[in-house]
Design a protein. Sequence first.
Length: 153
Amino acid sequence: MSTVTASTEVEVPISTAYNQWTQFESFPEFMEGVERVDQIDNIHTHWKIKIGPGEREFDATITEQHPEERVAWRSDSGPEHAGVVTFHRIDDSRTRVITQMDIDPEGFVENVADKFGVLDHRVKSDLERFKQFIESRPHASGGWRGDVPRPGG
């Protein structure tokens, strides 16, 4: 299992950064290899991704979500991974976004990519593209402000 951590500072208020991040259907616009994300209900998503020459589909569950604070998830099928993105207010117009993902590469191509730092680079590049994406628009394309408590919490 590999852990990838990345952070960036975005020039938008925390509510804008958080609201946009909850619009999972927009992920293909800034995440490399993400072909499609469907929001099934408040806590379930279905992903279609491309890794090298292959395509994969998997389901994920949001395990914790608190407005303007954090979104955590884990995969239910496909490549095993889990992660959290946190939002930190710097001032009224700047937010630090931090992602941490635990990924268990599946198959030869993913293991090679992991060994050569491709997964780490991809996550960091995706976060930088999120920065460009969110800073290039006047406001978030939507937002879900619901709260999902941590299991057992």
